[in-house]
Design a protein around this ligand. Structure first.
Ligand SMILES: Cc1cc2nc3c(=O)[nH]c(=O)nc-3n(C[C@H](O)[C@H](O)[C@H](O)COP(=O)(O)OP(=O)(O)OC[C@H]3O[C@@H](n4cnc5c(N)ncnc54)[C@H](O)[C@@H]3O)c2cc1C
Length: 481
């Protein structure tokens, strides 16, 4: 699909979306002021696939059909595919300055592909063949798929089956000869309201008593019983006002997340890819998380490029770009950004082949990379705040700039160096404000899992015993090989 075809296809859905207590009709979603930035951003992943200069990164050849497909629907067939994914993400972020949402479904498909293969090997089930059919459908339609892992989770000290409300994790409430019925909700769903399908996965490793919660399945975002409640963002009502005030008026901030409620939703068996196999829930979660953590040095690398560019531009506009401390701070931002990118490239270059034949990232490096994101983005953004000055927090509105009464004062007193308009200086300040503010920062912390989730993984994978042995040997302490 082209971006326009994608937008048109969104209007045809019967999706139920609520925002601020009111329903947004499906046909209005691509133009709704609160949603259109996220839709524009996702639409670019479609348009760029037709751009000859981006084609190599944006497209791939389907291993199922041999057809040319959008890379966001591809199963990685080589280390080169893994590296191209990261490069593609950085390239798109450099054009949008924000999330374009399609990586979540991409990672969910790659995780489900390999896990269903290994599940079938152990249990003689037919999940993998079913999943391949679903994948072919996604590749042929070029539909956007939301990756739905995170459950609301209620009391975090309790397992799914121990919760006082059983719906706090998505679970199977009924099975019949046609399929299953599921109930619960998925939280923080990136791009869900502008997707066509969702792929549901369990949120954590499960024990046998959590059998009903071991469910992986695909369903349309407008299946009967599905309701989406779109989330608020910092300063979102500015979307009803001038484009300067929005900072990134075309593409918005972060991915546009929602709570997706699944109220006794029927899923036919051909779309069920796990049902009760608790011992494979952990594999699915780990694979998805690692593929997803691989992304962050790519997408956040590109987003940080824009923050660096904006900080450097504001320093020019304010007349202190040549100061040594400013240059040094910009260099520090570059250093941190490339460190994030390096981890994503490294975990891809160290990728391995799975029994299914697909390629998978180096989990240790992917988790270390995402852990860096939970810290370095805050540091990059802190430096951007330092460089930009206090006016990113105190600037009047575009309406004041354009006011017949006070516009002349805003124009005069918010001016920087000669030759730069106040309006342009305000635009860059607002871009820095939105890209480094509340919603954007929290995404770097929690998207793809909070820091502890990564620490648990890399502490297990780092092989501390081997390091101890190596150190003892060098120190001359006798140790067994
Ligand atoms: C912008 C954004 C987009 C997202 N997009 C998606 C998406 O598209 N798909 C998707 O599936 N998910 C998505 N997520 C969800 C994301 O993966 C979760 O936010 C993340 O896993 C953290 O879960 P939580 O938000 O429920 O926080 P919590 O789990 O409540 O974590 C908060 C803190 O509590 C700690 N904690 C939690 N449980 C325990 C425990 N049992 N014991 C000790 N400490 C604990 C955590 O380590 C953390 O420090 C998105 C999140 C954000 C912010």
């Amino acid at each position: 699909m082209t971006g326009q075809e994608y937008k048109d296809s969104l209007r045809k859905r019967n999706i139920i979306v609520y925002f601020k207590g009111k329903q947004i009709p499906a046909k209005e979603i691509p133009n709704n002021p609160y949603l259109r930035g996220h839709v524009n951003s996702a639409a670019l992943t479609y348009d760029l696939a037709f751009d000859p200069t981006c084609e190599e990164l944006m497209t791939a050849t389907s291993h199922l059909t041999g057809k040319k497909i959008n890379r966001f629907t591809h199963i990685h067939q080589s280390v080169d595919d893994l590296i191209k994914k990261v490069k593609m993400l950085r390239m798109i972020s450099l054009k949008t300055g924000t999330c374009y949402q399609r990586c979540v479904g991409f990672d969910a498909m790659n995780a489900t592909y390999g896990t269903t293969f290994e599940m079938d090997q152990k249990y003689g089930t037919h999940y993998h063949e079913r999943f391949k059919k679903f994948l072919e459908y996604i590749q042929n339609t070029d539909f956007m798929l939301a990756g739905a892992m995170t459950d609301p989770k209620g009391d975090r000290s309790k397992r799914p089956s121990q919760q006082s409300d059983p719906d706090l994790f998505v679970h199977v409430v009924e099975k019949n000869d046609k399929g299953i019925i599921i109930r619960g909700a998925k939280a923080h769903m990136t791009g869900m309201v502008n997707s066509h399908e969702m792929l549901i996965m369990p949120t954590m490793s499960l024990k046998p008593e959590d059998k009903d919660y071991a469910v992986c399945c695909a369903l349309p975002v407008d299946a009967p019983g599905v309701i989406h409640i779109f989330g608020r963002q910092s300063n979102d009502d500015r979307k009803l006002e001038g484009d300067i005030d929005q900072g990134n008026a075309k593409y918005g901030v972060v991915g546009g997340e929602c709570l997706t409620v699944l109220n006794n939703v029927f899923v036919p068996w051909e779309r069920v890819f796990m049902c009760g196999e608790t011992d494979f829930a952990g594999m699915l979660v780990t694979r998805f998380a690692s593929y997803h953590r691989q992304n962050y040095g790519g997408c956040k690398g590109g987003v940080s490029d824009i923050v660096i560019g904006a900080a450097a531009a504001i320093a020019d506009m304010n007349g202190y770009a040549k100061a040594n401390h400013i240059k040094s701070k910009i260099n520090e931002m570059i250093h941190l950004t490339e460190t994030l990118y390096a981890c994503s490239i490294a975990c891809s270059a160290e990728g391995v082949q799975l029994p299914s034949g697909q390629y998978f990232v180096n989990m240790l490096l992917a988790n270390v990379g995402k852990h860096n994101v939970t810290r370095y983005i805050y540091e990059i953004d802190r430096l951007a705040h330092d460089i930009a000055g206090g006016f990113i927090a105190t600037l009047p509105s575009q309406a004041d700039l354009e006011s017949p009464e006070v516009g002349k004062y805003v124009e005069k007193y918010f001016k920087g160096v000669d030759g730069v308009s106040t309006a342009d200086r305000m635009r860059v300040a607002r871009l820095i404000e939105v890209m480094t503010g509340g919603t954007a920062l929290a995404e770097s912390m929690h998207g793809a899992g909070s820091p502890q989730a990564q620490e648990v993984m890399y502490s297990k994978l780092a092989n501390l015993e081997a390091k101890k042995k190596a150190a003892l040997k060098i120190a001359g302490v006798k140790v067994e090989d």
